[in-house]
Design a protein around this ligand. Structure first.
Ligand code: UDX
Length: 451
């Protein structure tokens, strides 16, 4: 099939290249000339395992191309997949400006029957409106329909997820649209879930918000564990044997971030409100997560007399390992707080430091300063306190005794529970984590209870 893809972010680019790999003829469209040039030369604009290799292979074999010329890409496409952003607006609603712009361009350009497939996450009902909008603006007498095909890939494993997804959800309003999508996805050999358009739109929000709820629930329980002397990791393990609960997404930590959970929880809450319904569970997840992101900062503020002039090691800036994306990452909540209190931050991130430095340039900032280091041990050297925000492999490789060797005062606040308490207990490191007892330095062998 001849496929055009609008938008070359995580969703669009991975989809486009994957369709090419499956034998379709694909043109990826982006408004950014520089980005298109880069992609044509075989460089991926995003860090995603396996993507660049796949781009190079399919480009050299002539199945994928990149362009800013949307007219030529859309005019004879059998399907146009749309993967442009739907960013969050200040009131929590999704901004549909980019998607509407693509819809207008499609309406002006298509000269043959075409299925427009919305991969971007959009509020329930948007695709009905988009279809009408395209029909209102259609320049040629062709058959055009809009389908929903939400994306469930995770950043960092996007390519793998696309080929090994648990299911592909398609939302259509006609057999013609359903058949066209089934045909496009046939080579992937994945389970297909075919529903109506509104249900497909809802599945995406319901699935993401459920996962966000699951994490917030574990974070809430973790905080309670600290009060009552239970251990969240033991609790999670005990829960995980029940396959109604499952073993995934039970890791308590410093809160969820990224481009999906924060945005999609707020968007669904907004949608409910607009429809006169109060979505209490999702509201609670949003609330718990907001609080969770600064929970370690608050613990540290209670423990330390000041951050002013202190060397503070920050390990990890991105919202999770395997990506250079720091959207809604806990680092974004904590770094400004630390800077405002005069901390001299030494930050390590193996992939995300460069892009983070665009928002927080190296040097003095507020009452403190920020320095980026290439080696995780340079961040720790002579530091007086350490925060772990992302569980990168390079961070997990640090053995607990190294904090003692390298830091001036080995006080660690671990937002990802990367060490077992037993291994830290054997060192003289003070260790604060999430939902577990605190290991005090001064009371080695006699561990105190977190209050
Ligand atoms: C998520 C969904 O997993 C994916 O299906 C959807 O399409 C997009 O949103 P992603 O944002 O890439 O994917 O990351 P994910 O791995 O789900 O993690 C999201 C956040 O939750 C991260 O900040 C991560 O650290 C946090 N998390 C995840 C936890 O705190 N605990 C867990 O147990 C799992």
């Amino acid at each position: 099939m001849k496929i055009a893809v609008a938008g070359t972010g995580y969703v669009g680019l991975v989809a486009g290249v994957s369709f090419a790999e499956m034998g379709h003829q694909v043109t990826c469209v982006d408004i950014d000339e520089k980005k298109v040039k880069k992609m044509k030369s075989g460089i991926s604009p995003i860090y995603e395992e396996g993507l660049q290799e796949l781009m190079q292979k399919n480009y050299s074999e002539g199945r994928v191309d990149y362009t800013t010329d949307y007219r030529s890409a859309y005019k004879d496409a059998d399907a146009v997949f749309v993967g442009v952003g739907t960013p969050e607006q200040p009131d929590g609603s999704a901004d549909l400006t980019y998607i509407a712009e693509v819809a207008r361009q499609v309406a002006e350009s298509v000269e043959t029957d075409c299925l427009v497939v919305i991969k971007s996450t959009v509020p329930v009902g948007t695709n009905d409106k988009l279809e009408q909008f395209i029909l209102d603006n259609l320049a040629h007498d062709v058959h055009i329909e809009v389908a929903s095909n939400p994306e469930f890939l995770s950043q960092g494993t996007a390519v793998h997820d696309t080929f090994h997804g648990k299911r592909v959800v398609i939302g259509t309003e006609s057999q013609w649209a359903e058949q066209r999508l089934l045909e496009i996805y046939e080579p992937f050999k994945l389970p297909m879930v075919s529903v109506n358009r509104r249900s497909a739109e809802m599945i995406k929000y319901a699935a993401n918000d459920f996962l966000a709820l699951k994490i917030s629930y574990m974070n809430d329980i973790a905080n309670l564990c600290e009060h009552v002397g239970a251990d969240i990791q033991d609790v999670a393990e005990g829960m995980s044997y029940d396959d109604r609960i499952g073993s995934k997404f039970l890791n308590a930590g410093i809160g969820y971030g990224g481009s999906c959970f924060p945005k999609d929880t707020k968007a669904l809450d907004y949608l409910a409100e607009q429809n006169g319904y109060e979505l209490k569970t999702v509201k609670a997840a949003i609330d718990v997560n907001k609080n969770q992101k600064t929970s370690l900062y608050r613990k540290a503020s209670e423990r330390l007399v000041t951050f002013s002039g202190m060397k503070v090691a920050v390990l990890g800036l991105t919202f999770k390992p395997g990506t250079d994306d720091f959207r809604e990452a806990p680092s974004l909540d904590n770094i400004p707080l630390l800077l405002s209190k005069g901390a001299n931050i030494y930050a390590f991130d193996p992939v995300g430091a460069e892009s983070f430095a665009k928002s927080y340039p190296e040097g003095p900032n507020d009452r403190g300063s920020i320095t980026y280091v290439q080696d995780v041990r340079d961040a720790l050297k002579d530091a007086e306190v350490c925060f772990i925000f992302t569980e990168w492999g390079e961070v997990k490789e640090i053995r607990p005794e190294e904090y003692l060797e390298l830091m001036r005062t080995p006080i660690v606040f671990d937002g990802r529970n990367i060490y077992s308490l037993e291994e830290v207990d054997n060192t003289d490191v003070e260790y604060h984590s999430i939902g577990r007892r605190t290991i005090e330095r001064s009371t080695k062998g006699r561990v105190s209870q977190q209050s």
